[in-house]
Design a binder for this molecule. Structure first.
Ligand SMILES: CC(C)(COP(=O)(O)OP(=O)(O)OC[C@H]1O[C@@H](n2cnc3c(N)ncnc32)[C@H](O)[C@@H]1OP(=O)(O)O)[C@@H](O)C(=O)NCCC(=O)NCCS
Length: 254
C-alpha cells in the first residue's frame, strides 16, 4: 500500500522524494549525535544520502515498509519516521529520528502518534514493538508516552554496529477495528479521501486547537447546527474525544 501523507497539529508526514537528499543529509544523516543509537552510522558523504533516498523510493509501494519525512507546517524538514515489518522477528517495529535542533519539543511523540493511528486504522496492525538503547532516555520517554509496555531486555547494536549495548524492547497492542466489525460485511471505517485541492481525513485530538479557532467557536457557523458554539478549546477536545470513539463503531456505517 502506498505511504499516505499524514497530518498532525504542527506537522506534515509525507513520503520521501528525490529532491529531499540535501535536507536529509544536513538535517540528520551527517550528525553522529543523531546516529549514536540508530542502526546506521552518520556519514560526511552526501552520496550516502542519495543512496538512502534511492533505496527508500524502491519501497514506496511496499506493504511492509512505511517511511515518512517529518516536516513542520512552516515547511522545515525536521526528521523521519518509519513503521516496518521485521521479517526475522515476525514483528512490526518503529523507528524515528529528528535533526538535533528539533529535539525536546514533542515532535517525535506527535509524529509517532499519527503513525500508530495509521498502523491501526489503515494497516489494521494488531501489535507493534519498539526498541531503544538502554542509555537513550529521550527515546525511552517517547515510547512510554506512546503507551508501549516494557517486555524484555535484548542485545542492541547501533551506530553502524560500532556500539554494542543493551536494548529495551516494548510492545503496544492496538485494537483492530476491522476485526471488531466483522458482523457487518461492508464496514470500511472512515477512509482518507483526496480531491484535486482537498484532503478529507478523520478528525483527531491533535486537531482541537484548529477546530476551535477555525469554526467551532464561531456563532455564525454553528447557528443552524445541532451543537452549541464551543466556549473554549476544552469543548473542542471533548467533541473530538467523542468523534474518535465513534470511528470504530460499525453501527455508524450501516
Ligand atoms: C529520540 C528523539 C527522536 C526524541 O525526539 P523528541 O521530539 O525530542 O521527543 P519528544 O519531545 O516527543 O519527547 C522526548 C521526551 O524525552 C525527555 N528527554 C529528553 N532528553 C532526555 C534525557 N536525556 N533524559 C531523560 N528524559 C529526556 C523529554 O523531556 C521528553 O519527555 P516529556 O515530554 O515527558 O518532557 C530525538 O532525541 C532523536 O532524534 N534522537 C536521535 C535518534 C534516536 O535516538 N532515535 C530513536 C532510536 S530508538
Amino acid at each position: 500500500m502506498t505511504t499516505e501523507t499524514l497530518y498532525t497539529d504542527r506537522l506534515i508526514l509525507r513520503p520521501i522524494q528525490e529532491s529531499d537528499v540535501d535536507d536529509i543529509f544536513h538535517c540528520w544523516m551527517s550528525d553522529e549525535d543523531v546516529s549514536r543509537y540508530m542502526y546506521w552510522k552518520a556519514s560526511d558523504d552526501i552520496a550516502d544520502a542519495r543512496r538512502f533516498v534511492k533505496e527508500e523510493l524502491t519501497k514506496i509501494e511496499s506493504d511492509d515498509w512505511y517511511r515518512w519525512l517529518i516536516i513542520t507546517k512552516e515547511g522545515l524538514t525536521i526528521g523521519t519516521c518509519l513503521i516496518y515489518f521485521d521479517g526475522e522477528q515476525g514483528e512490526w517495529d518503529i523507528s524515528y529520528n529528528l535533526g538535533k535542533e528539533y529535539w525536546g519539543q514533542g515532535y517525535a511523540t506527535e509524529a509517532m502518534r499519527a503513525v500508530l493511528r495509521f498502523a491501526q486504522q489503515i494497516l489494521a496492525i494488531e501489535n507493534c514493538i519498539a526498541l531503544h538503547a538502554v542509555d537513550n532516555e529521550a527515546s525511552a520517554r517517547v515510547i512510554q508516552k506512546l503507551g508501549f509496555a516494557l517486555e524484555k531486555e535484548v542485545p542492541y547494536e547501533c551506530n553502524g554496529g560500532t556500539i554494542r549495548t543493551i536494548g529495551k524492547l516494548y510492545r503496544l497492542r492496538l485494537n483492530n477495528p476491522k476485526k471488531q466489525s466483522n458482523t457487518i460485511m461492508n464496514h470500511q471505517g472512515t477512509k482518507v479521501l483526496t480531491t484535486d485541492r482537498l484532503i478529507l481525513r478523520p478528525l483527531t485530538l491533535d486537531d482541537a486547537q484548529s477546530v476551535f479557532d477555525n469554526w467551532a467557536s464561531d456563532d455564525e457557523v454553528t447557528k443552524y447546527l445541532t451543537w452549541q458554539t464551543h466556549q473554549s478549546v476544552d469543548d473542542s477536545i471533548a467533541y473530538l474525544t467523542m468523534c474518535e470513539g465513534e470511528y470504530d463503531n460499525p453501527a455508524n456505517y450501516q
